[in-house]
Ligand binder design. Structure first.
Ligand SMILES: *Cc1c(COP(=O)(O)O)cnc(C)c1O
Length: 452
């Protein structure tokens, strides 16, 4: 029988996360205070995050130990399986080998619990009573709601309006875990009221929902803020994905030629890519590493690498990243988790160093790929993950055209069980591609803060 699954025993869950910052050939640009434009210190972040996460945010240690209670929770679904997509390979009639690391096996159905669990854990031990956060499609909100339930913390979620309307079951899941969920923009916050006054019919965006969640945490000493992507500590926690995959690819006796992941804020991409980039920097891997973005929100491929705010209301520090402008409100694509104006500074930095590439996929191609994947592999991917699937299929077909072997590895970041409304709309022919929103992006980029 041909192998399709490469499993590790539970005691192979990594003992430490991998921090690529220790190995970077050039340091990242500092994060700046929005008022003084000077580099911020830990105390500037203390109202929002517990100190252990702030330390991880600025750490240069190569390995950061995963606390026992976090590994214990990870053990429910980790090590996550690595599959060889043999039936998809046959369907494509390609000489390429296709492997995928499946993160949909977590209880919330995506990679997000990899960071939700440690974030809730560190908040708990530092005395936080409540966490506020934003969510796009609801994957992050449900992951944090679950982690908060495990550690006995309240959870308040601002859910982007278009997703709140498109994905009622995600909201129901968050509420089942005990979280309180509000459609964003809301009238509960100053930032929300300001947006509503200007754009009453807005779809909302992650940038707006972040403003609301940050505002709530900044105003309440018992509430801290949690972010599901973008920040260094989030990307760090996700490296369990790549660390496990390296061992699993060794079991398979293969080395990837190309590594792919969808990129919204960049966390599942970084989770797979950073441990491989660590190998690449040591000359142990030659793989091309590619981030896959939606054409409607292409921060890495079309954005500027510049200092910008992480949110729409400009409450966050300034980070140097690939950005479409913090006031850009992306089209209402169904891959809600990819509707973010910026890209993680760490991912932006390795892109700037030429260590990774980026490509785009249109919404209809993403769904077509998801359907093809489901028919071959049985798993119905989340709309975000469809972007990675589409890019993997593109690579496999290119290998076929060139008559060359190629080993393709991608992260299937989550399943689409809560996104079936999007598939219904797709099958009914109601989804559309969005042209690159050039005018709105030009306007948003014109408003970038000036930092010398
Ligand atoms: C949130 C999410 C994404 C996008 O976020 P990243 O930080 O870029 O990984 C992708 N896929 C799924 C399933 C998600 O839930």
């Amino acid at each position: 029988m041909e192998s399709i699954q490469y499993n590790l025993p539970q005691n192979r869950i990594p003992l430490a996360w991998y921090n690529i910052v220790a190995d970077l050939p050039k340091p990242m640009a500092p994060v700046l205070h929005p008022g003084t434009l000077q580099p911020i210190g830990p105390e500037d972040l203390a109202p929002l995050f517990p100190m252990s996460l702030i330390q991880q945010e600025v750490s240069r240690e190569r390995e950061i130990e995963i606390p026992g209670p976090v590994r214990q929770v990870y053990a429910q679904w980790r090590p996550a399986p690595l599959f060889r997509a043999r039936r998809l390979e046959k369907a494509l009639d390609t000489p390429a080998k296709i492997y995928y690391k499946y993160e949909g096996v977590s209880p919330a159905g995506s990679h997000k619990p990899n960071t939700a669990v440690p974030q809730a854990y560190y908040n708990k031990i530092e005395g936080t009573k409540r966490l506020s956060t934003e969510t796009g499609a609801g994957q992050w909100g449900s992951s944090l709601a679950m982690a908060c339930a495990f550690f006995g913390i309240e959870c308040k979620v601002y859910m982007v309006r278009v997703s709140y309307d498109q994905k009622p079951y995600r909201r129901a899941l968050m509420e089942a875990y005990g979280a309180s969920v509000t459609s964003s923009p809301s009238i509960e916050t100053e930032s929300g009221r300001a947006i509503l006054a200007e754009h009453p019919d807005t779809n909302g965006s992650l940038g707006i929902a972040i403003s609301e969640a940050v505002e709530v945490a900044a105003k309440d000493p018992n509430t801290k803020y949690a972010l599901g992507s973008v920040l260094n500590h989030v990307l760090l926690h996700q490296t369990v994905i790549g660390l496990e995959t390296i061992e699993q690819m060794a079991l398979a006796g293969d080395e990837p030629d190309v590594i792919l992941a969808c990129a919204g804020g960049g966390s599942n991409f970084a989770g797979l890519a950073m441990p491989y980039l660590g190998r690449k920097l040591k000359g142990q891997s030659q793989a091309r590493v590619v981030a896959v973005e939606p054409s409607a929100c292409p921060s890495l491929t079309k954005g500027h690498f510049a200092y910008d705010f992480g949110d729409t209301a400009h409450l966050t520090p300034l980070m140097r990243m690939h950005t479409l402008g913090s006031t850009f409100i992306p089209p209402g694509i169904h891959a809600g988790g990819l509707r973010y104006h910026g890209m993680a500074p760490l991912v932006s930095h390795v892109m700037d160093l030429g260590l990774v590439e980026a490509t785009t996929v249109q919404q209809l191609d993403a769904f077509a790929a998801g359907i093809q994947f489901a028919r071959a592999e049985g798993i119905i991917p989340a709309p975000e993950a469809n972007h990675a699937v589409a890019a993997a299929i593109r690579e496999a077909l290119q290998a076929k055209e060139e008559g060359k072997e190629r080993t393709i590895l991608f992260v299937l970041s989550g399943h689409g069980h809560f996104d079936m409304q999007s598939y219904i709309a797709y099958q009914a022919g109601k989804l559309e591609n969005y042209e690159y929103p050039a005018e709105e992006i030009a306007m948003a980029l014109a408003g970038l803060p000036s930092v010398s």
